[in-house]
Design a protein around this ligand. Structure first.
Ligand code: SF4
Ligand code: SF4
Ligand code: FES
Length: 266
């Protein structure tokens, strides 16, 4: 077992854990934005900064992203300080300038004591804080349909290889590899990724999809592309994905019941 100091307390950790994981395991809060426990860390937002030092560093310290930095023996970690509060407020200040009217950033600003940004708001703001969660979840699903595109103030997420956003009218770059699974829209903290489920099916990223219904109860399941993709990726049969969770569980329970009843009467 390894150990390090966290806010003056000796804590244990396992090899491979990040500072964020160790802090959470010890109920020490660290704010995060671009981190999701199910995805690779990205270290993009810098809201999770903490200070690290070692006894032999003679008073020197480093500010690091807790979601990426590996825990190490004899590390001395502080999650709260005046410097950290200032850095986190600066991050939130920038996000508020980028998305001044987005409810998510406005609420975040309030949490950090900022009613509005000290910087000039972006000329044509949208709701994207560039946390990259949508891109990473799409990669984790295996679709790789969206990516970060453009640079500077034009930076955005969207289909790869699309023309720069300032050279094309909005909505004219459908994501060709999208399977319509909605994972990106569901993980997006700000609601920036719009989609629609309607009588014809599903619309997202400039694409229209048909929606397959559960073979037993008729509940909407997903797009045919999504079901094909999951079947191919998992190696399970397509049939497996053609029933909703509730119906699959019911079938399993019935089969189990029949088996037990059969054994009871034999
Ligand atoms: S809906 Fe499309 S873009 Fe979004 S995660 Fe699924 S495949 Fe990727
Ligand atoms: S669209 Fe949403 S999830 Fe994707 S980078 Fe922007 S804010 Fe993050
Ligand atoms: S949560 Fe760690 S850098 Fe964003």
């Amino acid at each position: 077992m390894h150990s390090m100091q966290l806010n003056g307390r000796l804590v244990n950790f396992e090899a491979g854990q990040t500072l964020l994981e160790v802090a959470r395991a010890n109920e020490v809060p660290i704010p995060t934005l671009c981190h999701h426990p199910g995805l690779e860390s990205h270290g993009g937002c810098r809201l999770c900064v903490v200070e690290v030092t070692r006894a032999e560093w003679d008073g020197w310290w480093r500010m690091v992203s807790a979601c990426e930095f590996p825990a190490a023996d004899d590390l001395i970690v502080a999650t709260e300080s005046e410097r950290l509060s200032r850095t986190r407020r600066n991050v939130v200040d920038l996000l508020l300038a980028r998305c001044p009217e987005t409810p998510f950033t406005v609420a975040l600003g309030r949490d950090f004591g900022l009613a509005k940004s000290s910087l000039a708001p972006r000329a044509e703001p949208d709701d994207c804080i560039l946390c990259g969660l949508c891109v990473r979840v799409c990669a984790a699903v295996g679709a790789h349909a969206i990516a970060g595109a453009d640079r500077g103030v034009h930076k955005q997420v969207g289909p790869p290889y699309a023309p720069p956003s300032f050279e094309r009218p909005p909505g004219l770059a459908p994501a060709g590899d999208c399977i319509g699974c909605l994972c990106c829209a569901e993980i997006c903290p700000t609601g920036h990724i719009r989609y629609e489920n309607n009588a014809q099916g599903r619309e997202i990223w400039g694409r229209s999809f048909r929606v397959v219904e559960c073979a037993s109860c008729g509940a909407p399941l997903g797009t045919p592309e999504q079901l094909d993709h999951f079947a191919a990726r998992s190696g399970l049969s397509r049939d497996y994905f053609e029933r909703c969770d509730a119906c699959s569980k019911l079938d399993t329970a019935r089969a189990f019941d029949q088996q037990v009843m059969g054994e009871g009467t034999s």
